[in-house]
Design a protein around this ligand. Structure first.
Ligand SMILES: [Mn+2]
Length: 360
């Protein structure tokens, strides 16, 4: 077993990048996929999954990792539909496992998924990248939701920012109003404990993605924000199928988080690694930069080395990249910069392999 390199793809007709393009990036064996037309709570039907399988097959890509099967708000808030939506989720796991899916990346963020204030911030080299301006995230989430939704071009919606959900923003905020951080934790644990028996039976790992950014926004509690939260999650549901999607970019948006330490501590429980580099500004703003270690503050060299040192056998992918060479693409998900990121990561990895063999 060895680390497996993946690439996130939004699906036929939903991504500017083709599978043929991805095939030409050295080292990629896994397509990280999803059914982006499904709303949280719906069962993913076998016929829909089979369609994706047919598309990947000619290229020899595996479909082992799904990102994401989103969680219905009733599961996060313990709302009236919780039991039904958990049942649907379990059915989706069963259907996915018939196609060889081994890892499901998901998140437990209330109302909003990842949050940025500028999706096309100009960097000094002429490229653009996603930027988070702390001062812009004040009391009114509607302004930010409108900005994000206005950037959804050509019918491509962002996962976690479904217009159907954003249209009900007031209603969603009302549903979370009574949910404290402790209750949100209890609801996450309840959800995972309900899933673990079927995950054990089918060998499917649930891999939670951290909250992005890793702090409370708009008065909404956020759970997976630091090492203490990871410790709590993994020890409370202490099952090898309760795992992490360790996103270096999300965690390192808070300079106090040391991602390489997290890797060393929890290597065996990391099913999926997102590798991304972030540059901090003294006022708390941050921007996503190239994967090259010295371009940002995430510590990419230390992180990749930590994975290599611990014998990581999970899936890895470059996370967001910049928009370079005038590429028209989904924010953060262009072909070119992510391909550069892969070559940087594999360059480090292959050299560490070679050094290790030399020693042996
Ligand atoms: Mn990520």
């Amino acid at each position: 077993m060895a680390m497996k390199m993946g690439f996130r793809w939004f699906g036929e007709g939903n991504d500017s990048i083709s599978l043929a393009d991805i095939k030409q990036i050295p080292g990629v064996t896994s397509i990280v996929w999803s059914l982006h037309h499904k709303l949280p709570g719906e069962v993913w039907e076998k016929e829909e999954i089979a369609k994706v399988q047919k598309q990947l097959e000619p290229y020899g890509f595996d479909m082992d990792v799904v990102e994401s099967v989103n969680i219905h708000d009733d599961i996060k808030t313990a709302g009236p539909g919780r039991a039904r939506y958990i049942e649907n989720y379990i059915q989706t796991i069963k259907n996915l496992s018939q196609f060889g899916v081994k890892v499901i990346c998901y998140n437990f963020m209330p109302v909003f998924d990842w949050t940025r204030t500028n999706l096309f911030f100009p960097l000094e080299d002429g490229s653009t990248a996603m930027y988070y301006e702390k001062a812009m995230i004040q009391d009114d989430p509607r302004q930010m939701a409108e900005y994000i939704l206005s950037k959804q071009r050509d019918g491509m919606t962002f996962p976690g920012w479904e217009p159907e959900r954003m249209a009900r923003l007031d209603e969603l905020f009302a549903a979370y109003r009574g949910v404290s951080k402790e209750q949100l934790w209890a609801n996450l644990i309840y959800f995972l404990e309900a899933l673990m028996p079927v995950c054990r039976e089918l060998g499917v790992k649930m891999a939670i993605h951290p909250d992005d950014p890793p702090w409370d926004i708009f008065g909404l509690p956020r759970l997976i924000i630091d090492e203490a939260a990871i410790d709590k999650l993994l020890s409370t549901v202490d099952d090898p199928h309760n795992c992490l999607t360790l996103c270096s970019g999300s965690f390192s948006a808070n300079p106090k988080n040391n991602v390489a330490d997290m890797v060393r501590k929890h290597c065996k429980r990391i099913a999926f690694a997102h590798v991304r580099n972030v540059r901090h500004y003294p006022n708390g703003d941050f921007v996503e930069v190239s994967h090259r270690d010295r371009d940002g503050h995430s510590g990419i060299l230390d992180i990749v080395k930590a994975y290599h040192d611990c014998g990581f056998e999970g899936y890895m992918r470059p996370d967001h990249g910049r928009h370079i060479w005038n590429e028209k693409c989904r924010p953060g998900y262009g072909l070119y910069d992510r391909a550069l990121g892969i070559m940087y990561m594999l360059g480090i990895w292959d050299m560490l392999d070679k050094l290790k063999q030399g020693k042996g």
